[in-house]
Design a protein around this ligand. Sequence first.
Ligand SMILES: *Cc1c(COP(=O)(O)O)cnc(C)c1O
Length: 343
Amino acid sequence: MIGGMNMQMDWNNLGFSYIKTPWRYIAKWKNGQWEKGELREENYLTIHEGSPALHYGQQCFEGLKAYRRKDGKINLFRADQNSRRLNQSARRLLMPMVPEPMFMEAIKKVVKANEEFVPPYGTGATLYLRPFLIGVGENIGVHPASEYLFVVFCTPVGAYFKGGLKPTNFIVSDYDRAAPNGTGAAKVGGNYAASLLPGTQAKESDYSDCVYLDPATHTKIEEVGAANFFGITKDNQFITPQSPSILPSITKYSLLQLAQERLGLKAVEGDIFIDQLDQFAEAGACGTAAVISPIGGIYYKNHLHVFYSETEVGPITKRLYDELTGIQFGETTAPKGWIQVVE
Ligand SMILES: *Cc1c(COP(=O)(O)O)cnc(C)c1O
């Protein structure tokens, strides 16, 4: 180890796959309260075969990143928002709250304990953190679990785009990922299980992923795979869908604010009808994993609608990307409260 870095890692060629890091945090909820959490080396969980997480999908998760700055310190980006959202998901699935101080302590402990796996500044790579909450314990009937585990593990992941932002194409799916009053706004595995088939079919047809329309009318864009959609209109508005079945992306809310405050665009949440894509000069998908992914075109009803270009990123999408990643890596001043330094 030199300068806190793990020298065996090829930081520039990481993808998005699991690499074991030495430490993870685990806490158990039992008899109505959280027991004291601890760091552990073991990366397998032993749980009861009847655990509700396994049969009835009583589980939720989060995804966030730790970013190495030029001065060697480590930034977290709006982790308090991940804590809030985990609890919103937990509420929807009748799971216990994870208090924000406990969530933040777990995140910081895991980052610090695995510090040598936080990739160096300048590689674009980051340490991805995966907190999750699962219902466990002896059970067979359909009801909430009697015990819960809260776990946070981490794995280094590569820059989403190597060699610059590249647009990709998406295809509208006939399937829905969530029901109108279902669990679309909760970050739960069930939504992802429902998306595996349409996502795989899209990839088999050489699209990056599918676009889901609103489940009630199939006329409006909801999500782009596991990311939120945004479009930049020809008259300089940043528009992103508003719907109770969309996962409220922290990246999306950050972009709404940056588009307005730093790029001077009018930022709005509203309906985006699939037959009115002509209003957009540029479009993209956003999320922690996808960061900002420019959308080249969307295939719908035998036609590929191309936005800015199938090969080049649009100028506003690029500026949003630079602003967001500049803040995350500590190169640009962040709005108040967006960055927590891990010390
Ligand atoms: C996690 C997630 C996102 C992105 O949310 P961020 O907070 O920006 O990472 C978007 N859509 C779905 C379905 C998700 O699960």
